[in-house]
Write a new protein. Structure first.
Length: 155
């Protein structure tokens, strides 16, 4: 009991010492970094306003707005890609869940892959009619555009 209390107290003391060292070493916190970034953005915006027109007839603030618009397009495009990946994962999970509930289909024997709403089923089933059942369950899932059945019958 005393040993445990001593170790707890020692850990707390070492934690405080480590935190103080971390702060003195010039490592800023996330809030401090955000403040620094905001200050830099304000300074750049002020310089852009003071710069006035530049070559090509556009002032710096107009260029910045164009660059931000382009960056926004890229971010939206990447967000769409991430959204599609999440949607594909959702589709696979739902189809696998349907196969788990169906006693004639084995989740372990059927592999489900999805890319942009196109589902590919590979693996095996115990009877020919279960291929159709697996395909129908996949097609009935929201977000599925096409199902490619590559299933074989194995006894």
């Amino acid at each position: 009991m005393k040993k445990g209390l001593f170790l707890l107290l020692l850990g707390a003391v070492l934690g405080v010492i480590g935190w103080r060292y971390y702060q003195r070493a010039g490592n800023s916190t996330v809030g401090q970094r955000l403040d620094q970034a905001a200050d830099k953005a304000r300074a750049v915006a002020t310089e852009a306003k003071q710069a006035g027109p530049v070559e090509g007839g556009k002032n710096t603030s107009e260029k910045i707005q164009e660059e931000l618009a382009e960056t926004g397009k890229k971010l939206r495009s990447e967000a769409r890609t991430v959204g599609e990946l999440a949607d594909d994962a959702r589709i696979v999970a739902i189809i696998k869940g349907k196969y788990m509930v169906d006693s004639n289909l084995s989740v372990l024997a059927i592999s489900v892959d999805c890319r942009a709403g196109e589902v590919k089923l590979t693996g095996s089933v115990t009877a020919e009619e279960y291929i159709g059942r697996a395909v129908n369950l996949a097609r009935q899932t929201h977000g599925v555009r096409n199902v490619i059945p590559l299933l074989v019958v194995k006894n």
